[in-house]
Structure formats: structure tokens, C-alpha cells
Design a protein around this ligand. Sequence first.
Ligand code: FA5
Length: 342
Amino acid sequence: MEKNFKQVENAFRQKLQEVSEMKELEDIKVQFLGKKGELAQFMKQLKELSNEKKAEIGKGVNRLKVLFQEKIDLHREELKQQDYKQRMQKEWIDVTTDPYQTEPGSWHPVSLVQQKLEDSFMAMGFQVLDGPHIETEYYNFEALNIAAHHPARDMQDTFYFEDGHLLRTHTSPIQIRGMEKLTPPLRIVGPGKVFRCERTDASHDSCFHQFEGMMIDKDISVAHLIYFMKTMLGEIFESDVEVRLRPGYFPFVEPGFELDMRCLLCGGKGCKFCKKVGWIELIGCGMVHPNVLKAGRIDPTVYSGFAFGIGMDRLAMMKYDITDIRPLHGGNLSFTRCFAVQ
Ligand code: FA5
């Protein structure tokens, strides 16, 4: 008799495993626990048996009844959960969405400037590359000729992870990644977010956007650099803009320059944004240092090149007459929507 209990239990477990729908589960319940089901068959034999056997079978039937009921209930819950998940995937709705919202989205001013820059440089034969926000010290500093104890690291303090990674302080690591991937002659640009641990004011934020560029070929000079910068600014502002080049120090270029633009917000008279000097520091640039070419596996005795890093937020501010950088990153839609039609 014990063997029969075992057989019924095994048959039940086997069938239950194959159940994938509620209807099949109800059928199994009827087959095993129903009035004419498997367990009821045992009960039918009772009257022909001794008291001792009756007790044994009654115990066995009760054990299976409880077990089957438990397993069926559990399986029913699992099927309900599965069904719920499937329905959620099919019938997904965002209950936080405003159902009456009819206003279209709009591009952020920095995105508008980025698109213009990409179009302008692509038309001049540059390809657009991307790079990670979380960088290694090697790509952000060392490969760019900024050794561990170089004072230039202080100029670009950042946020470090416990494993030694950091939030990139500029888009210049894209230069190294680009040189590793491509062979010269090459023309690349790389836009993106950068991060610095510094105080904010009207023209500085701790998270802002840069647009990196690099051109490597034979016989590249400062004249090429100036040509591309002027062409790019002319396209962004759709007019001639006044720029000045002054010496600037970046360990990854030699010579290095700061390209300033006449402040369009005050016409050069001096304001809060240009800190009363009439000029805005917009672009860091220069001729790529031989050590950087070597880090990019390019022979500096054969090739030379220029590189630049544009502050896209400041460019957007100039273009759209925005006098403070902070609202650019404030997430206020009524502010960013002002630029929708530009
Ligand atoms: C750099 O980041 C260099 N990597 C640029 C470069 C690339 C030089 C290639 C030479 C060759 P700098 O720290 O000056 O340089 O930043 C470049 C531009 O980013 C600045 O001219 C400015 O427009 C913008 N910028 C810098 N700091 C901030 C800030 N805190 N908030 C907003 N814009 C900033």
C-alpha cells in the first residue's frame, strides 16, 4: 500500500511540473483531490480492511491531501505572478505621466551647440568619437604627459573612486583612445560631460561639457589650428567673432594656447560673466606634445598635430545670451524650452 502512495505522489509531482496554465492546475486538483480522484480511491477500500490498516491508510491519505493542497496553492501563486509579469510587460503604462501633456520636448542649448559643432567638423573631414565618463588615471593624466606628482593635477582636481578610477576632468582622454584606435593621418572630435571638484560661479560648474578635437598629419602647424578654430566659431555664431590667442600651459601640448573670445554678453565692456575683462576663455589648444603622440603609438619624428578642448557650456551661453552657467544644469524645463526654436 505504501508503494501505491509513493506512486500516486510521484505521478502528482510529475504532472504538477508540466502545468503552465491555471486550467491545467484545476484539472490536476480534480484528478488527485476530487471526489472520484486518486486519494478517494484509497478511501473506498477502507471498509474491507482491519482497523490497523484503516488507520495506516487514513494517515497516508491525510498526509498526501495536505501535501497536494500545499503544492497546488504554491503553484497557483507562481502562475499568478507569471501572468502578472507578462501583463505588466504587455500593458505597461507610466502612471506618473501627465495624460494631458501636449507640449513637445526640446533640445538643450548645449546639445544644440554640440550638434552644430559636430556638423561643422564632420563637414571638414573629422569623425566623432566617444569616451567613458569614468576614466583611469592613465588616460586622464599620465598618457597626457601629466605624471602623478605634476602640479597640473591640482588644476583639474576631481572625484576619485576607491578602486583608483576617477571622473574625467576633460575630454582629452578621447585623444589617446582615438590615437590607439586609428592610424594617422587622423581628424577626430569627441564631445561629452566632464567633472571637476571646484566651486561654482557664473562661468564655472563642477559638471560641464567639453568638445575635444585633434588633427594629426605630416607638417601640421599653428596656422592650421587657427584656421579650424576661426571657421568653427564663424559657423556657430554665423558671423565673424573677435578672438585672441595667448600663451596657455597644458602639459599635453607645446606650444599651448588659450583662445579667448570677445564677450558677446557685454560687447567687451566687462560684465559678471567675463569677470569685467571683456574676454571669455573658451578653448584650450596647442600643438600635440611628442610624449602624447608616443602614448598614442604615433611617431613624433614623422607626424605632428594640433589639439583643442572647447567649453561647450560657455559657447552656448555666448550664442544664446545666457549670463549664468548654473540654470543650464538646473533641469528647469521652462528655461530650456526657451531655446526650442533656435
Ligand atoms: C582643458 O580641459 C584641456 N583639456 C583643453 C585642451 C585640449 C588644451 C587639447 C590643449 C589641447 P581647460 O581646463 O582650460 O583645458 O578647459 C577647457 C575649456 O573648458 C575652458 O576654456 C572653458 O571654456 C571650459 N571650462 C573649464 N573649466 C570650466 C568650468 N568649471 N565650468 C565650465 N566650463 C569650464
